[in-house]
Design a protein around this ligand. Sequence first.
Ligand code: ADP
Length: 447
Amino acid sequence: MFEKVLIANRGETALRIHRACKEMGIQTVAIHSTADEDAMHVRLADEAVCIGPPAPKDSYLNKAAILTAANITGADAIHPGIGFLSENADFAEMVEEHGHVFIGPTAEHIRLMGDKIAAKVAAKDFGLPCVPGSDGGVNTDEEALEIAKETGFPLIIKAASGGGGRGMKVAYSMEEVPEALAICRAEAKAAFGDDAVYIERYLGNPRHIEIQIIADGQGGCVHLGERDCSVQRRHQKVIEEAPSPALDPELRAKIGKTVTDAITKMGYRGAGTIEFLYENGEFFFIEMNTRLQVEHPISEMIYGIDLVREQIRVAAGAPLSVTQEDIKLNGHAIECRITAENPVTFMPTPGKIGDYHAPGGLGVRVDSHLYSGYKVPPYYDSLVSKLIVHGATRNECLMRLRRALGEYVIGGIDTTIPLHQKLIGEQDFINGDYTIHWLEKLMGLKK
Ligand code: ADP
């Protein structure tokens, strides 16, 4: 096992990884920008190295600085966390070339799944059901119009390198296709430096359902059921729950088996998530994330498995510590993503935290780097806390979540806590009756 792990991340993600390392007896090295000198991940780590100025490109995305930090501290392995360099195949390669272990899948698998066009082709080969659409990239108006005849309308044009809900454009008729194609390409080029796009049928009212897997690359592969991440704003997840109110044990076992078969065929090693849209009893693959995800704790809560621990173990060459038979669903979990944003306008609200009191009690987990006096910097993602609640039943979980949100005090800045309080009180949410459009319709952003 590793003796020392460098955590190439910040905020609650860095803390999450630090916690798993400490429980495994592993020393931790934090990296940080000059804006994060007082951050909790820096305070808790055994060692810390400042790697650059605030802008992510100069610090948390600065590959050379991170590798230098790993070299000078003698870290055996690097955990990239979530976001930043976690899906950067070049970085994974560089880490290994410099004699450290990359805690994640192989560079080859990251690269394959990072190109959404190639990923869809591969997913089909591995036996996953996909959204009907173009089999590859779409370059010209003529090609797009030809595919549109097959998919019908509406259709969605998506960037091959897209992520974070960006680089997508919906077209409702033939007339709209050329302009949508041009806009999507231009946006993709500007945001991702790559204007390759592809076309899919735009599903009318699906749920976003994803399957968590972890595999050891030695034949061991398990799934931890599904997460329902349909509560979204601008294609970004706001509340996630597991299990999904829309699935039953039979469907769960079926899609779980389809996914683990595909992952085994692929020879994948590491944690990963296969994302699907789910409509009228059918699953449609949209993408695979070759890393840990923000919402992983809800799966941990209902299956009792520490996913970061398993990630570290398999990266060190150990087999998975569990088989599918060991994995038993227990109760229900919901996560609220609490961000430093105005709960109505969603304007970012960086600033100094005043009073701070995190909720507690049975079944309550708070993954957050906040403390009283901490200054939320304006340079990074606005996620400041994840409130994760577990209950024996969905109803118990909802009651507990309401109680925990009511206890949570984050003073000094606006956060989205009031939004979460409102959402979980909505009758549709209580009924588990929502799709990917529900939140935006509720907010009056969509008809
Ligand atoms: P990203 O990598 O940016 O997260 P995804 O491909 O995972 O992009 O899609 C994000 C979200 O966009 C989905 O959860 C869904 O809400 C919406 N979406 C993507 N593809 C489609 C589609 N074919 N039909 C309807 N909605 C879609």
